[in-house]
Structures are given as structure tokens and as C-alpha cells.
Design a protein around this ligand. Structure first.
Ligand SMILES: [Zn+2]
Length: 252
């Protein structure tokens, strides 16, 4: 679409000599600025698949259905998806646990795109509390992502829901929120302790307008600094949505 409209603009400019020059100038600078190549990017998204994607206990079941299928002789292939908003890799918007909080379509791009630090939490640790957090260098990070036992054990590719996933404890969430972190991410479908009496971690982060990315696929992503792009589906007025997340190691 963009290319098309630029071509049209150039065509109009080409009517005059001066216009032709302006057009060439514009194309050259656009190519230089716009170079966004796929090389080096890691797909940190869990594949949505009924047979392998874990569903949080009690959440809506996931189903992907073909309404029409060319392999069965239909004239086209057409699908219907049915799944919870918090399926696979997804983003929690403030509205998830804050009554008048922003819905997913109103979460700004700023927290969702930019540098992120991946912190590796040992397999033995289930509770990422303030003490555990402070064992790692996180202080100057704009976005903090935890790679935990869930990645070590491949849990985002296992249909069994594991209750003993590693979670962000409220005191660690408070430290992150107070430090002005823009985004917090984790590699299982919730950042909150399973069965926690109250969703305090969510309340602390979302209460400060900090979106939470859950269900990241971090098997191939290790400790270090990355560029992160995580883009949730833009669903009007709802509290979360599945997302595509990609990461690229920063040379440091
Ligand atoms: Zn969620």
C-alpha cells in the first residue's frame, strides 16, 4: 500500500523536471531509513496449536476449525478461531485488573517496542522475588523479561498446564514498577503465582500502566540485551490479546 502510494506520488511529480528530482531524493532516503531486515530477529512467539499450547486452568478452550477446506474439495480455505484473550504469547492491558484501566487497543506502542533485558532465572527458582531480582543486573533496563524454568522445560510447547511455573512475586513487581520499567515479560501464561490469594503482581504493574507480556517462547533467547517488538491484536475495549513477539540481540 505504501509503495503504491509513493509510486503514484512520484508519477505526479514526474510531470515536471524538478518533480522527478524530488521523487528520486525521496526514494533514496526512504530506502535508507526504512531498512528493517529480518536477519537476526528471533521469533519469541509460542505457536498457537490446540495440541501443544497450554491453556491456563479454567480458561476458555482453544479451537481452530476449518469452515471450508480446499483439501476437501471446497473452492477456498476458510477458518474460524476460538480462544481466550490470554492464549499463548499475549499482552495483558491495564484493564485486566484495573477497573478503569486502558484496554489493549489503547496500550501505546512505546512499551511494546524497544530495548529489553532478558534475565535468566535458575530452574530451581519458582518465586522471582525482590531478592532473586536483585541477584541480576536489571537496574538500567527499560523492559525486563524473565527466562525461567518454563523455557528450560519447554512448557510453552506442552499442552499440560503446569501450576508450578515461575512467577513474579509482588515485591519484585513493586521494585520494577518503582524503577519506571516500561514492560515486564515472562515465558509462561501468567506472571502471577498460581493460586495466589490476590492478583497483587498484576495490580502493581498494570496499576502503573505497565503492560505484561506472558507466554513468551524463550527457548532460543538467553540472558542479554535485545530489541523487542511485541504487537498484540488490536481488539477494541478488551483487556488483553494474543501477540507476535520478535527479539534481536543487541551488540554490546
Ligand atoms: Zn494474561
Amino acid at each position: 500500500m505504501q509503495v503504491e502510494s509513493r509510486a503514484r506520488r512520484c508519477w505526479v511529480f514526474a510531470a515536471g523536471l524538478l518533480g522527478t528530482f524530488a521523487c528520486a531524493q525521496q526514494s533514496a532516503s526512504r530506502i535508507g531509513e526504512g531498512a528493517f531486515i529480518a536477519a537476526g530477529w528471533i521469533d519469541a512467539t509460542a505457536t498457537l496449536d490446540e495440541s501443544t499450547t497450554p491453556v491456563y486452568e479454567g480458561d476458555a478452550p482453544m479451537s481452530f476449525e476449518f469452515l471450508k477446506d480446499m483439501r476437501r474439495g471446497d473452492a477456498l480455505t476458510l477458518s474460524k478461531f476460538s480462544l481466550g484473550a490470554h492464549s499463548g504469547t499475549h499482552v495483558d492491558a491495564p484493564m485486566h485488573f484495573v477497573r478503569d484501566g486502558a484496554s489493549i487497543d489503547r496500550v501505546p506502542l512505546e512499551p511494546l517496542i524497544g530495548p529489553a533485558r532478558v534475565i535468566e532465572i535458575p530452574d530451581s527458582v519458582q518465586s522471582i522475588d525482590a531478592a532473586e531480582l536483585n541477584r541480576h543486573g536489571w537496574r538500567n533496563a527499560e523492559r525486563v523479561i524473565f527466562r525461567t524454568r518454563s523455557s528450560v522445560r519447554g512448557w510453552m510447547r506442552s499442552p499440560t498446564f503446569h501450576r508450578d511455573f515461575a512467577y513474579v512475586a509482588p515485591d519484585a513487581a513493586q521494585l520494577l514498577a518503582d524503577a519506571g520499567v516500561l514492560l515486564v515479560g515472562i515465558d509462561y501464561i501468567s506472571a502471577e503465582q498460581f493460586g495466589a490469594p490476590a492478583p497483587i503482581t498484576h495490580r502493581i504493574l498494570l496499576g502503573k500502566g505497565i503492560p505484561i507480556v506472558e507466554g513468551l517462547a524463550l527457548e532460543k533467547v538467553f540472558a542479554g540485551d535485545y530489541d523487542l517488538v511485541v504487537l498484540p491484536m488490536k481488539v477494541a475495549g478488551h483487556e488483553g490479546a494474543p501477540a507476535r513477539a520478535i527479539m534481536r540481540k543487541l551488540a554490546r
